[in-house]
Design a protein around this ligand. Sequence first.
Ligand code: ATP
Ligand code: PRP
Length: 204
Amino acid sequence: MLKFAIAKGRITKDSKELLTCCGFDMEEVNSSRKLILYNADETISLILLKAGDIPLYVANGAVDIGLVGKDTVLENDLDVYELTELDFAKCTLCVAGPKEKVSLKNGVRIATKYPELTKKFTKRRGIVAEIITLSGSIELAPLIHLSDCIVDLVQTGETLRENDLIVYEEILSIAPMIIANKVSYRTKSSEVDAFINICERFGK
Ligand SMILES: Nc1ncnc2c1ncn2[C@@H]1O[C@H](COP(=O)(O)OP(=O)(O)OP(=O)(O)O)[C@@H](O)[C@H]1O
Ligand SMILES: O=P(O)(O)OC[C@H]1O[C@H](OP(=O)(O)OP(=O)(O)O)[C@H](O)[C@@H]1O
């Protein structure tokens, strides 16, 4: 049986077609409080986790594969295979801030859920920033002067618009991706390949 981790919430909803095709009952996926569910022919177990924990579960082999945003994979930088990127729920990791533009210079205060990616970005820029790590509602930080600007995901741009913020710069394109445990990839190769085929068919 293939152990497949997915984040509860947004990604699960966006992956409805894929999960249905794998034989999962979406009503059960969306309403059950169970954290492990099985598909119809019991070939795949679905492990429901917080997005940020998935790379760790995959890296240590507690699960075989995971469907998780590229942002989370890069932020955690663990030893997993990055197998394929899917073509839905795309967004962009951006630097954003108040309309009266703040310059990205030494000492700039950046709020983010992505401290490692932000560190890499500021290093590439040759600046030393104060990185403020938050776990949500990132757009709030510059509004109440906790930070000067933010590094966060932008999809429709609605959250920025409604909070009078603008994109300063795009850092990285983000899409959901499939990651695999390195041992599982060898020992369960036919199951993993079959699963990837379904993902690529339904993730486009
Ligand atoms: N606005 C968005 N548009 C498209 N994809 C997004 C968007 N926001 C997040 N994602 C993707 O979905 C993944 C999970 O995001 P989600 O907001 O559901 O969880 P989280 O913020 O990591 O945790 P939680 O909301 O459970 O505290 C992200 O890692 C990212 O890849
Ligand atoms: O461009 P948009 O379509 O408005 O999407 C962008 C928003 O979506 C994500 O937030 P999420 O919904 O995960 O909320 P949280 O980070 O506050 O938990 C992201 O962190 C942005 O705030």
